[in-house]
Design a protein around this ligand. Structure first.
Ligand code: ADP
Ligand code: MG
Length: 400
């Protein structure tokens, strides 16, 4: 359950108070500027709200992997222009995170002004979660706000340690993410369906293990369905499958049985002899009819329809991983159909739909439904660890 404080718990007037705000500004760069500003858009409400309430807002962020030493190419000064563009305000760049330079800068900032400190990972104390390092940063602030869910699976000084030195609050993006995730798996409306797809079982074993104990329907697609089909005695031909994990897959199927979770594997599949767009050897068949020189690249139309029927009976959907090799036509068919179906049910008000994962986010965008599902997590690693049922240190520190 959510028991963290939010910006609503702060006084309405923050004039002159120093807010230390952990944000995600680890932007993808192309030729000196950011190629995607989603992360800046995400933190904008929090930063502007604090600024409008009169706080001096100091943003803390990491940028790339400098490994505890200064690297001019990885200075957060690289993103100042992009961040200013989104926020619509000028930033003061401060080339330190603690000490006299920070103190002097705070003296210069007026209430409502926004500063950006340098890459917190220039200092080894960040990733080591050194309490002295956290304390030295905390000394400059009146309170701490974490708006970087995507970094919450790391117990670092500015994502975890600092929360022990100052009153700590979840920012608006963090609040939205935690509320959405809680409504999907923490405290969901049942029945809950989980769709787990993607390439390999091995990368999502903990996810599967956590889900079988929590959801009523587990729908397995993508390459990982092949390993489960093999565990049920199906010959999957040349398909991507992890034959060394067949026993593990069988155990997960048994656990699901014991906890009343129905596992859905495809009845029919789309196969080809070579992995290429619209190959000559493309055909759809029953899972028992895959030839030894064919590979499964998508789930079939009957399986897709069955899956849609399951979703109609459910109140909540949590989705990670595409159902097929969606980057290549026509192996995107099932994933696109599921995305549109989930979006339609969400728009009708019968389904709460939460999705995450790098390729899943891309697939939803490809289907054109990014705005039509309840919530899309772009948090990557943190989203997966949450799917695994792990407690995220950055979230736990806010709830302490
Ligand atoms: P996410 O990033 O959403 O967590 P993954 O990285 O686990 O998802 O998996 C996505 C990848 O899985 C995609 O590149 C897709 O092409 C691949 N994939 C899905 N189904 C198959 C399949 N049947 N055979 C081979 N690759 C597949
Ligand atoms: Mg991926």
């Amino acid at each position: 359950m959510n028991n963290f404080k939010t910006l609503d718990d702060l006084p309405g007037d923050l004039t002159g108070k120093v807010a230390l705000v952990r944000v995600d500004l680890n932007l993808p760069m192309q030729g000196g500027s950011a190629s995607d500003l989603t992360r800046v858009e995400a933190i904008k409400p929090t930063v502007l709200e604090l600024s409008e309430k009169g706080a001096k807002v100091l943003m803390l962020a990491h940028f790339g992997r400098p490994g505890g030493a200064r690297h001019s190419a990885l200075s957060t000064s690289m993103v100042v222009g992009d961040v200013e563009g989104v926020l619509g305000k000028e930033l003061m760049f401060i080339p330190e995170v603690a000490g006299p330079v920070v103190e002097q800068s705070i003296g210069i900032l007026r209430p409502g002004d926004i500063g950006l400190l340098d890459n917190v990972r220039f200092w080894p104390g960040e990733e080591a979660n050194d309490p002295n390092f956290a304390q030295s940063i905390a000394a400059h602030g009146d309170f701490y706000v974490n708006d970087a869910f995507s970094a919450a699976h790391r117990a670092h000084a500015t994502t975890e340690g600092i929360a022990h030195h100052l009153p700590a609050y979840a920012g608006r993006a963090m609040e939205r993410e935690l509320t959405a995730l809680d409504s999907a798996l923490g405290n969901p409306e049942t029945p809950v369906a989980a769709v787990v797809g993607g390439a390999k079982v091995s990368t999502k074993l903990d996810v599967l293990q956590n889900l079988v104990g929590k959801v009523q329907h587990l729908i397995i697609g993508g390459g990982m369905a092949n390993t489960f089909l093999a565990a049920r005695g199906v010959d999957v031909g040349k398909s991507l499958a992890e034959h060394d994990l067949i026993e593990t897959a069988s155990k997960i199927l048994d656990e699901a049985d014991h906890s009343g979770c129905t596992v859905h594997l495809p009845y029919d599949v789309v196969v080809a002899k070579e992995f290429a767009a619209n190959p000559a050897s493309l055909r759809t068949c029953n899972v028992h009819e895959v030839a030894s020189d064919e590979m499964i690249l998508d789930i079939g139309p009957l399986a897709t329809e069955a899956l849609a029927d399951v979703l109609k009976t459910c109140r909540t959907l949590v989705w990670n991983g595409p159902l097929g090799a969606f980057e290549t036509e026509p192996f995107d068919t099932a994933t696109m159909a599921l995305a549109r179906h989930a979006a339609a049910l969400t728009q009708e008000g019968s389904l709460i739909s939460v999705a995450g994962g790098g390729d899943t986010v891309a697939a939803l965008a490809q289907a054109g439904v990014t705005g039509d599902v309840t919530y899309i997590s772009t948090a990557g690693g943190a989203f997966l660890e949450w799917m695994e049922g792990k407690e995220l240190p950055g979230v736990a520190a806010l709830s302490a």
